[in-house]
Design a binder for this molecule. Structure first.
Ligand code: SF4
Length: 394
């Protein structure tokens, strides 16, 4: 373990233990034993037994491809709209089945409003996402805030329209002429704002289609955050046009809060494989949860990154640092299935509330507390992982 990064002290750097490749990606690109998504680990994450689907989504080529991969015994219920399904989102009995619903239920819908929104912080643009909802169950996740009592994956089956929309938008921008915090030369499009593209790829080729589309767009780059290591993504050949952001937090926080995700050590160990497979690999240090000992544990995590990441990962890495935000409605839902998480997430003495545009009551650390914590995180990064450039802190 060391407190300094490459080139930060006098004399040659000590030889650091380089991590072993987690998968040997070149083998994974042509997997001898079949795709990861057909194996037992994938089934533990998603074992779909029930599908709610709009008829148009079921009839679409993507919908049919998804259904063909599921068990023929899956129960299918046709619904008018994917957004509000009363027996799913409106049923408070589902709180006790919060995680089970995520494992066993899939929604198929058609995304009607295709709009790209400006962002300017993590990405230049937020693309219309290929999904909404997630099979993982992070207790602080903002995606379920307007979803009521359940938040399984909804896959949008009109992926051709989504890709065509993004292509048009990229073309309309022309080249990026001024570097900014998102990227020096490429327009960055977040493709996973409301879900996790790595998990979606267990049941659907939407992620693969978007990675393939960005491969052919030299002025743009896709970007998504993930908490799941899916080795099938190593075969997608992104050719540097997709940025994967592995989300990291101290392992003790992750064990309590990042329910159903890949362990932190696995996410870190996958970084070199993803880089070698053609991805740009960044890190989301998020969310920062303030609790007794948080500074010590983040310092340890940064030391670990410094110890195990190979130089080629460090040279291109950058980080987003994001403080926890929470939500009153989600707090109440969480009390029904994971009250221990709320002991650290819900800290009224340190947090202030803010009503969002849609009327929800969001909660974040009080301004001065947040400011001081961000300064401290910057100091920790400078001391323990000085090679890790902060792309944006919020
Ligand atoms: S991985 Fe992301 S989208 Fe999925 S539950 Fe966690 S925070 Fe939400």
């Amino acid at each position: 373990m060391t407190n300094s990064g490459p080139g930060s002290g006098p004399g040659p750097d000590p030889v650091k233990p380089e991590q072993q490749a987690l998968f040997g990606w070149s083998d994974t690109a042509a997997p001898a034993g079949g795709a990861f998504r057909d194996g037992p680990e994938a089934r533990r994450m998603l074992d779909v037994r029930e599908v709610y689907a709009e008829p148009a989504a079921l009839d679409s080529p993507r919908g049919q491809q998804i259904m063909a991969r599921l068990s023929p015994d899956v129960r299918v219920t046709e619904v008018e709209g994917h957004w509000l399904i009363p027996s799913l989102h409106g049923n408070d009995g589902n709180i006790g089945r919060w995680v089970r619903t995520k494992t066993e239920t899939l929604v198929l819908g058609v995304k009607h409003t295709l709009a790209t929104r400006p962002n300017g912080r993590s990405a230049d643009w937020i693309a219309p996402g290929p999904s909404n909802g997630c099979a993982m169950a992070c207790a602080y996740c903002y995606v379920p805030r307007r979803k009521g009592y359940a938040n399984p994956i909804t896959l949008f089956t009109n992926i051709e329209a989504i890709v065509a929309h993004v292509r048009r938008h990229v073309r309309a921008q022309g080249p990026k002429t001024e570097p900014n915090q998102c990227d020096p030369t490429a327009w960055v499009y977040d493709i996973g704002e409301n879900g996790d593209c790595s998990v979606d790829a267990l049941v659907c080729d939407n992620t693969a289609d978007l990675v393939a589309a960005f491969r052919g767009m030299p002025t743009a780059k896709a970007s998504f955050a993930t908490k799941f290591v899916n080795p099938d993504l190593l075969a997608l050949d992104p050719q540097g046009r997709t940025r994967v952001r592995f989300s990291l937090m101290p392992p003790d926080d992750a064990r309590l809060l990042d329910i159903r995700t890949s362990p932190i050590g696995e996410r870190i160990a996958a970084a070199a494989d993803f880089l070698d497979a053609g991805y740009e690999v960044h890190f989301n240090l998020s969310p920062i949860v303030l609790r007794q000992g948080w500074q010590r544990d983040w310092a340890e995590l940064l030391d670990h990154l410094d110890d195990v990441l190979p130089a080629r990962v460090k040279e291109q890495a950058a980080a987003e640092v994001i403080m926890l935000t929470h939500n009153q409605g989600l707090h109440e839902v969480n009390l029904g299935w994971h009250p221990r998480a709320e002991e650290v997430l819900w800290q009224p003495a340190a947090q202030e509330t803010k009503r969002s545009q849609n009327g929800a009551l969001n909660v974040r650390y009080a301004q001065e507390i947040k400011r001081q914590a961000l300064v401290r995180m910057q100091q920790l990064l400078a001391a323990h992982a000085p090679w890790l450039r902060i792309r944006y802190a919020f």
